[in-house]
Design a protein around this ligand. Structure first.
Ligand code: FAD
Length: 390
């Protein structure tokens, strides 16, 4: 078998790259290899499916600006009728709370940057928070930042399904298999080996393996500081706190957002670190010891709460700077990365996929300058930090 481009991983990032490659270059022979098309353990399927404009780096705001337009105009932007006319965006906004003067000052600084890039972020005092959401305890707040448009949550699986269907309509081939080896000759990738399907010769390869990105790099003899990190998401029912209009609230120790009449919530474990690829065991103490006391303090309506469900997903965590890693690897210039999104990748999939596809086709960044997120910084060990990692 052979292909112009082999994409390793066919979830949201792989499907987005394949879509953009064949949209921008009709007829390009693209093969997407996905080991588990049920996506049962893919980050994409286990995501909280949020989109926000409130990031601390301009490039992340720009990626989300592109993402929200794509999500709002989904089938039109895809250019194909894929049977998903809407991704059901609920534009409830994100509310970042501040409990110190310096935290509020930081929110104010980044809000100015965000507005300069087209976001609508507002800075509120505690009174404004209380007026809009009277069920919140605002006594210890110094203020908050809120995105009144272009922020909320949407259908994560609709996005990946749509990308895959549109890519298929544009001629992309999808196979169910596992890439087990990468062949390198004279400093270039010349092919990959599939667990079942044998060898595939290619002139370019894309690493879209999510939390398994480092595993794929090792097949090419390279290191990458992207690791799986466990996040336990709790679905809770709180009969005295039913607020489907609530924003995604980011408080000091947890985040929470409405899911119809219920809520979903999660936190970052104090002992955060890499986990095994097959470790999906829930950490129930996070609910009991960390989230619930903080939540009850923030909103007394959470006095009676039942955890009705939970799931565990893996962030594909960039241990250097919690930001995406995009584009060609300097040591293997025809191996392209789209990895390391650290919990904010779903919303970036449209823009990151387009950027990597443009780099493959045209030899550089085009529509958006994504050089801040290039692989070179990883190799040089020079972090480009995103501070608003939830
Ligand atoms: C709990 C949680 C909450 C999140 N919340 C948000 C949010 O609110 N907003 C947001 O924007 N992002 C969020 N994210 C992050 C977002 O989900 C990810 O950044 C994004 O989905 C990553 O997509 P991906 O395609 O790179 O990875 P994945 O969806 O994990 O896909 C990688 C694919 O590669 C395949 N694969 C791996 N190795 C191989 C191989 N050797 N051969 C073949 N196939 C292979 C896997 O089977 C998998 O399907 C969250 C993530 C989690 C876990």
């Amino acid at each position: 078998m052979q292909a112009d481009v082999v994409v390793i991983g066919g979830s949201v990032m792989g499907a987005s790259v394949a879509f953009w490659l064949t949209k921008l270059h009709p007829g390009l022979d693209v093969l997407v290899v996905e080991r588990d098309p049920s996506f049962a353990r893919a980050s994409t399927a286990l995501s909280a499916a949020g989109i926000r404009q409130q990031f601390t780096t301009p490039v992340n705001v720009e990626l989300s600006r592109f993402g929200i337009d794509f999500i709002k105009n989904f089938e039109h932007r895809l250019g194909h009728d894929v049977g998903i006319p809407s991704l059901g965006l609920r534009e409830n906004g994100y509310l970042f709370l501040a409990t110190t003067g310096s935290a509020l000052a930081t929110l104010g600084d980044v809000a100015t940057m965000q507005r300069n890039h087209g976001a609508a972020t507002e800075i509120w005092g505690p009174d404004q928070v209380a007026q809009r959401y009277p069920w919140l305890n605002t006594a210890d707040l110094t203020g908050a930042s809120f995105g009144p448009r272009d922020e909320g949550f949407f259908d994560n699986m609709g996005l990946v399904t749509g990308f895959r269907a549109a890519a298929r309509a544009q001629g992309v081939r999808f196979v169910t298999d596992t890439v087990t080896a990468i062949t390198v000759q004279s400093g270039r990738v010349t092919g990959v080996t599939l667990g079942q399907g044998g060898d595939v010769a290619c002139s370019r390869a894309v690493n879209a393996a999510g939390p398994r990105a480092a595993e794929v790099m090792q097949m090419a003899g390279l290191d990458l500081a992207v690791e799986p990190r466990k996040r336990t998401v709790f679905v809770i029912d709180a009969p005295n706190a039913r607020h489907p209009e609530a924003p995604l609230l980011v408080d000091r120790d947890y985040w929470i957002r409405p899911e119809h009449a219920q809520w979903i919530t999660a936190t970052v474990p104090a002992q955060d670190g890499p986990c095994a690829q097959d470790d999906f065991d829930a950490d129930f103490a996070l609910w009991e010891d960390v989230i619930w006391p903080a939540l009850w303090h923030r909103a007394p309506g959470f006095d009676a709460v039942k955890v009705v469900r939970h799931w565990v997903g893996h962030y594909e965590y960039n241990a250097l700077d919690q930001n995406a890693v995009l584009g060609p690897h300097p040591a293997l210039p025809n191996l392209y990365l789209i990895n390391g999104f650290s919990g904010h990748g779903l919303q970036q999939a449209p823009g990151a996929g387009r950027g990597v596809a443009e780099h493959i086709l045209f030899g550089g960044w085009r529509s958006l300058d994504l050089s801040d997120l290039s692989v070179d910084r990883m190799v040089a060990g020079k972090p480009f930090l995103e501070l608003a990692v939830v």
